[in-house]
Design a protein around this ligand. Sequence first.
Ligand SMILES: C[S@@+](CC[C@H](N)C(=O)[O-])C[C@H]1O[C@@H](n2cnc3c(N)ncnc32)[C@H](O)[C@@H]1O
Length: 272
Amino acid sequence: MANHPMQTIANDPHRITAGPIPVVPVKGESVRRARAAAAQLSTLLCERGESPGPYLVVGETDAWLEMERSQVRVAFDSATMMHRRRGGQNELLGKAVGVKASRQPSVWDATGGVGRDAFVLADLGCRITLCERVPVLAWLLEDAINGAKVSGYDQVREAAGRMTVRHEDSRYLDVPPGDVIYLDPMFPARKKTAAVKKEAAILQHLAYPEDDAEALWEWAWQQPARRIVVKRPLRAPVLGAQKPSHALAGKSIRFDVFVRQYDDLNPSQIGE
Ligand SMILES: C[S@@+](CC[C@H](N)C(=O)[O-])C[C@H]1O[C@@H](n2cnc3c(N)ncnc32)[C@H](O)[C@@H]1O
């Protein structure tokens, strides 16, 4: 497993108690990993059809979420991620976070999800901590990072080495001074393709129903971060009470960037 062991559900005091997702082993493969996943997630091993889903399907080397024949995979050297690495939106995300040829900030991704934005930033050279409160997503992130660490692509291995997962609710954590906080609190269907809609449906099913984007913002503002970046649907209102320093708009999303002045941080936030 990982260099940074994932906190187990049993010992995480801030865990979210969305119902446990059963684990289904892949037919014809060893059930060892599936059993271990079920134990780690304090859930049951079952067969497809024994519950309505979603399931976490776990094979010897692969794992994915499945609901009504739709799947969500987290694989950082998949064709989709390879394509995304070259996409224009990455440039925007990198700019929003403040990546320069000479500077790759450490980023605290407080809404890890399926790690796509985080991987892009790690690929740009940032060290990144991904916080995800949904246990099965944190498990998939950890599994995908472990897989990426033995990828045949050097760049994927190196990026994975810069990623750490924490299975926790971000609002209970303290971010190290100077990190950039990245927030992407919702799962809107950003593209209207059927596959993206299905994937969003599975992820929305898992996400904690409470919409606490404002609370996350409040938490972020209390942290000693020099920059906060919030991903929003293009026309959505700004999160929180502060005006962004600037925004970077793409086709369907925008990044609101809050560059914080020394005066915005109280002395306890910067260790004085
Ligand atoms: C839209 S997704 C993020 C997608 C992510 N940027 C990506 O590229 O895959 C939002 C995620 O944040 C998680 N989340 C929301 N509030 C959280 C909190 N307070 N602490 C940790 N995770 C949180 C949700 O469970 C969900 O998985």
